[in-house]
Design a protein around this ligand. Structure first.
Ligand code: SF4
Length: 296
């Protein structure tokens, strides 16, 4: 066997090993029925099949001190003090009542011909102060006909440098989460509520979100996914115009303009509090099962 083929085998083995490690971390035992994608993923299917055979039963849950509440997608970088502020007042503070109180959500009527047209409209945007220190606008990427859109908070350092969403450690975890429901990164669409990196990875401020979110809503209106996964409190609060936190709301289906919304923890939070991966996996199983319940 040639050296090249051996290296390819080794790379595939490493990939499977890493995926299996992720499944073990989240205590996966029910991995049947991966979400049907428009284009099936051979690598993900292979990993899932192998995981099904070798995974041990989930470890019994032990009582531990409760982890900190998830408040910001960038908690792993967030500055002390800011998080508490976000948790208490929410991204929209006093200005946005809960959806239960009757707030009107943005209308889902696309006027845009394509994502490229929206990108063109964004241009070299200077509409809010976040433009001052950004390197690249992180517009979002993925399948324009995606059945599922993941929405995060804003770009971090890696994203700012590359101009691509979720490419750092949190992005690698998101890739694994996507693979765990039987999809590939290129099957889904990934975006953030603000497209420029907030300095010091602070949470985006209200005026910044208000200025940038119309672009997100235009993308969602154009893509019209079957499911939106809101990653972390800021994304959830932005979409639903609520003050509820992800800690209280995760795992419960919501709706945005007729599209199902699943709030769950941001991958950056899961990196900081790995014990929460199990809950995130429960949320993602609901997403997978819902997608599987829909006709192709
Ligand atoms: S965050 Fe959005 S609105 Fe603000 S400068 Fe960047 S692209 Fe423009």
């Amino acid at each position: 066997m040639s050296k090249e083929i051996l290296e390819q085998f080794a790379a595939v083995a490493r990939q499977i090993e890493e995926q299996l490690k992720f499944y073990r971390e989240i205590g996966v035992v029910d991995i049947g029925g991966a979400a049907r994608s428009r284009k099936k993923t051979a690598v993900a299917d292979s990993a899932i099949e192998q995981a099904r055979d070798v995974l041990p039963p989930p470890a019994p849950l032990t009582k531990t001190a409760p982890p900190p509440a998830e408040t910001s997608s960038q908690k792993e970088y967030a500055m002390p003090g800011k998080k508490e502020q976000v948790e208490q007042v929410g991204l929209f503070g006093d200005v946005a009542p809960s959806t239960a109180e009757g707030v009107t959500l943005p209308a889902l009527q696309s006027q845009d011909a394509s994502l490229e047209a929206i990108r063109e409209d964004v241009g070299e945007c200077t509409r809010c102060k976040l433009h001052e220190r950004r390197t690249n606008i992180v517009f979002g990427e993925g399948n324009p006909q995606a059945r599922i859109v993941f929405v995060g908070e804003g770009p971090g350092a890696d994203e700012d440098l590359t101009g691509r969403p979720f490419v750092g450690r949190a992005g690698q975890l998101l890739d694994k989460i996507i693979a765990a429901i039987g999809l590939r990164r290129e099957d889904v669409y990934i975006a953030n509520i603000v497209m420029c990196r907030p300095p010091g990875n602070r949470a985006p401020e209200r005026d910044e979100v208000a200025t940038c979110e119309p672009f997100l809503f235009r993308k969602l209106a154009l893509i019209r996914p079957q499911v939106i996964v809101a990653l972390g409190s800021p994304a959830f609060q932005c979409l639903l115009k609520t003050r509820e936190t992800i800690t209280r709301s995760r795992g419960e289906w919501r709706e945005w303009n007729g599209i199902k919304v699943m709030p769950t923890f941001h991958p950056a939070y899961l990196l900081r509090v790995p014990a929460k991966k199990r809950e995130a996996w429960e949320d993602m199983k609901k997403v997978r099962d819902y997608l599987n319940s829909l006709p192709d």
